[in-house]
Design a binder for this molecule. Structure first.
Ligand code: TYD
Length: 408
């Protein structure tokens, strides 16, 4: 068994769930690049000390977040609405009471959340390592620097802008392998009453829904309230609020502050109790999850092969990063899935990472719909179902794998 160390506590990790050779979740590519396609061994471990659920190996950040990073947050209207709510909840909260607050967001992408602060003339700074999306943020009037966040950068920001009142992040913290350095940086950046508010896909949902496709190179961690409290307590922070979110198939927003500064809300107590019951602090829970993942794989492959034998046409809906995990782990290629439609121009005309299924524009799905569409963007199911009444009216059917493999 492969041994590695926990990125938070340094204790030994065993690889508990193995997914085999995996390309980058967002590594959509052209045939000319097939021979230099990057693969790594994807496996998950769990630390009995920090209770962190984490990848054993992860590609270097430079490989994942680069000039051609294919993910622009603002392509989804629902996500824009979601981040507006996140921003407004902070602006209106009891936590942001200073006259001239300063808000820093880590991984601000194309400015989808900070734009709400910029529009209200609230002092802000985005820190976004992917140059192309950082440029898009600056063009929208969101002040952004294209760098990786660190203790050193935190010192630089404090020197130039002063200490911050709030540190925000969405779908970013779980991407960061050297998370302890980042928390150290946050500790430098914030003033005494400063708060941290961030959200990420939630381990409790992943375990419950067997949504193993949340595991891919960018998600080095899947957090729980238990593991977040453990991590941040190293720097004297504590959870003061938690708010479950429907985004990304189930996320958690964590709000933290220095111990004793704000009252701990009931939501925190309740969630910690729930996690104890669910066993999110136990290795046995991860081992049970492994069994469920293997079962899910068997069911999906059997279903697709059965439909193919009946000469049904199957396509994918949404070339998500998540789908890369499913397709490669289950070894599902163009023999089973004809194409995957996606609205993101940068992905269209390319092939999916590893198994090389063509990614086509949404119009192809409209003009040439399959008999069955696998809902790879299942986290946007509501939005998609509302939009695709026509597909269903004409007899088109959906396949999903969460919480179990089935035809909808
Ligand atoms: P996302 O939810 O960010 O998932 P991941 O983090 O796993 O990549 O991506 C959703 C993808 O689905 C994105 O590429 C856009 C695409 N999409 C469509 O093609 N049509 C739609 O109606 C929606 C909502 C998304």
């Amino acid at each position: 068994m492969e041994k590695s160390v926990c990125r938070v506590s340094g204790d030994a990790l065993s690889s508990l769930v193995n997914f085999g050779n995996m390309p980058l979740g967002n590594g959509f590519l052209l045939p000319k690049d097939f021979d230099r396609e990057y693969f790594y061994k994807m496996a998950v471990g769990f630390s009995e000390k920090s209770k962190m659920f984490q990848l054993i190996d992860q590609p270097t950040p430079e490989k994942m977040f680069h000039e051609e990073y294919a993910f622009y947050s603002s392509t989804s209207i629902r996500m824009a609405e979601h981040f507006k709510e996140f921003a407004n909840s902070i602006i209106a909260s009891e936590y942001l009471q200073s006259k001239d607050p300063f808000v820093v967001e880590l991984g601000c992408n194309d400015g989808i959340m900070l734009k709400n602060f910029a529009d209200k003339k609230i002092k802000h700074l985005g820190v976004e390592p992917s140059k192309n999306v950082a440029k898009a943020a600056n063009e929208k009037g969101v002040r952004t620097c294209s760098e990786f966040f660190s203790a050193e950068l935190a010192h630089k920001i404090v020197e130039e802008d002063g200490k911050a009142d709030a540190f925000l992040a969405a779908n970013v913290m779980c991407h960061i392998p050297n998370i302890v350095d980042v928390v150290e940086g946050i500790n430098i950046l914030l003033n005494d009453k400063g708060i941290i508010a961030f959200e990420d896909p939630y381990l409790g949902d992943v375990i419950e829904k067997v949504s193993y496709d949340q595991i891919y190179d960018e998600h080095v961690f899947l957090f729980s309230a238990i593991s977040i409290n453990n991590l941040f307590s190293q720097f004297d922070f504590e959870l003061i609020d938690v708010i479950h979110q429907p985004t990304h198939g189930g996320s958690m927003r964590y709000v933290l502050a220095k111990k004793g500064v704000f009252k701990i809300k009931e939501s925190v107590i309740k969630l910690l109790e729930k996690e104890n019951l669910q066993g999110l602090d136990k290795i046995e829970t991860v081992l049970k999850f492994k069994e469920n993942v293997e079962h899910s794989k068997g069911e999906l492959v059997t279903l697709l092969k059965k439909l193919k034998a009946q000469h049904k046409r199957i396509a994918g809906y949404g070339a998500t990063s998540k789908s890369t995990t499913i397709l490669n782990y289950c070894d599902i290629g163009p023999d089973l899935i004809e194409y995957i439609s996606d609205t993101t121009p940068i992905k269209q005309g390319k092939l999916t990472p590893g198994v090389h299924i063509p990614v086509v524009p949404y119009e192809t799905f409209k003009e040439n719909p399959p008999d069955y569409a696998i809902l790879f963007a299942w986290n946007h199911a509501e939005e998609i179902m509302a939009k695709e009444k026509d597909f269903m009216a004409k007899g088109g059917k959906w396949i999903t794998h969460v919480p179990n493999v089935r035809i909808l």
